[in-house]
Design a binder for this molecule. Structure first.
Ligand code: LLP
Length: 465
């Protein structure tokens, strides 16, 4: 096994955009455990082929084809468990299904004691069909349809997170017409937006989600919800952003949410029992990222909320969080076969793989950074500056913008892009009628398809002429 941490000094600095990539790893055969799933190792006795869950990637490619998302089940379960354990029994962890959802994943979450956040009828159907108890499901979304709301209430979801004034009335009305009282939270925007290492604490009410705290709107939403018989208001929800490393955004959010809880107590004599701080915790996409451990995050969030509540003389509410990326992101990599290699003199080498923006839109959409490694063999050739691109008719079809790969890379080699467990399969498309890849779970030397590869028959079945 050869896994180690990372890079030497910058090379090819003339063509690299500043600050984008710090240079090739001292040894491109090394796999940084920060970005690869836990059971990933390089087998130096077998020409350096990479294995995961006890199976080598060449066998996986033969069995399941490429491209394929390969998901390490043990890693997923361990991360889910780490979040659950970190928050303990006085808090709830809702896995955010939007990051990646399948029936197998729902079962793993159930077994590991997590709850589930869904935000569409499709995610709700997947959760229910895999046996997640409805009372452990939270239903989100800024424009849930009447049909979705009805189905969620009928199923008995544990909470619906209300996102607008219309929805407060809509959910109350539907619940009442079904003879039920629905547990709800109100999602508010606290004027904080956090992404990666920064947060901004002004003016971010300018977005489609939630009801602004500013101008008394959130307080008015609470007033209305408390008056409606169909609703049982159990708490306030806040989600501040994505891929966050810096806890100070949560600190400001918690301060403002607790401020609202205090105002509610003062106005209505009610202490709401729950507070949800959303998801958004960051993972390592490259060796430059340093995510915090669930234990540290739980400790920090609990301390912040407790401190704020003590200051406001409130009972500390039950805390919940909704990590998606931080659980599933690091557990999978995308396995591709190299098709063509095009060196552009003085620039870089374009390496085309058999997938692209249809299986990972994040690079094109967010300028996201990923790393990549040759995984079907080891190579001691000189590093070359590469751009890993897909097979789509779009010049922005980039999977990994700037990365070093061995200079002897050849068609037929397998490369893998780590940390693609979150928001890759779930945001996959059929652009160019390219078929969406399977998700293959690996564990103890076995591989199992948990979401099968799309087929041309699937495409044609939808096309009814
Ligand atoms: N809770 C709520 C209310 C959310 O809106 C989200 C994400 C989460 C939890 C989970 O956030 P996570 O822990 O996974 O960061 N497509 C983007 C991410 C969009 C996230 C939307 N909401 C990406 O690929 O980075």
């Amino acid at each position: 096994m050869s896994r180690s941490a990372h890079p030497a000094g910058p090379r090819h600095a003339d063509v690299l955009p500043e600050g984008h990539y710090s240079g090739p790893a001292a040894d491109l055969n090394e796999l940084d455990p920060k970005v690869w799933a836990q059971t990933v190792t390089r087998d130096d006795d077998a020409n350096g082929v990479v294995t995961v869950g006890g199976i080598d990637v060449k066998t996986l490619a033969e069995r399941h084809g490429t491209p394929a998302y390969v998901l390490d089940e043990d890693d997923f379960r361990q991360r889910a468990r780490a979040w659950r354990t970190a928050f303990g029994h006085d808090a709830d962890v809702f896995y955010a299904g939007k990051a990646f959802l399948s029936r197998a994943v729902v079962r793993w979450l159930h077994e590991e004691g997590l709850n589930l956040d869904v935000c569409s009828g499709g995610e709700l159907a997947t959760a229910l069909s895999a046996g997640m108890p409805a009372d452990r499901i939270a239903f989100h979304g800024n424009n849930k349809s009447v049909g979705e709301i009805t189905r969620a209430i009928e199923a008995g979801v544990g909470r619906i997170v209300l996102d607008s004034f219309q929805e407060i009335v809509r959910v109350a009305h539907i619940a009442q017409s079904l003879g039920k009282r629905q547990r709800v939270q109100i999602r508010i925007t606290v004027g904080v937006e956090a992404h990666t290492h920064e947060f901004i604490a002004t003016a971010h009410e300018d977005q489609k989600f939630g009801i602004p705290l500013a101008g008394g709107q959130a307080a008015e939403a609470v007033r209305r919800a408390l008056q409606l018989d169909g609703l049982e208001l159990i708490g306030i929800h806040s989600h501040i952003g994505s891929q966050i490393f810096d806890m100070s955004g949560f600190e400001v959010a918690a301060h403002r949410v607790v401020g609202l809880l205090k105002d509610i107590r003062d106005e209505h004599g009610v202490e709401l029992p729950e507070i949800d701080l959303g998801g958004g915790l960051g993972i390592a996409y490259t060796s430059d990222d340093d995510p915090r451990e669930p234990h540290d995050i739980a400790k920090a969030l609990t301390e912040i909320v407790t401190r704020e509540c003590d200051a406001a003389r409130l009972r500390t509410p039950r805390i919940s969080v909704e990590p998606g990326r931080a659980i599933v992101g690091p557990t999978a990599f995308t396995l591709y076969e190299v098709g063509t290699i095009k060196p552009l003199d003085g620039l870089r080498t374009y390496v085309s793989v058999d997938g692209g923006m249809s299986d990972n839109i994040r690079t094109a959409l967010y300028d996201a950074e990923y790393s990549v490694a040759l995984v079907s063999r080891r190579s001691d050739a000189e590093p070359m500056l590469a751009r890993v691109v897909g097979k789509h008719c779009e010049s922005g079809d980039i999977v990994v913008k700037d990365a070093f790969l061995p200079g002897d890379l050849a068609p037929g080699d397998l490369v893998a892009v780590p940390a693609t467990g979150a928001y890759c399969r779930s945001m996959a498309s059929n652009y160019n009628h390219v078929l969406r890849p399977p998700v293959v779970a690996v564990k103890d030397g076995e591989s199992r398809v948990i979401v099968r590869r799309e087929t041309e028959e699937d495409l044609l079945r939808l096309d009814v002429g």
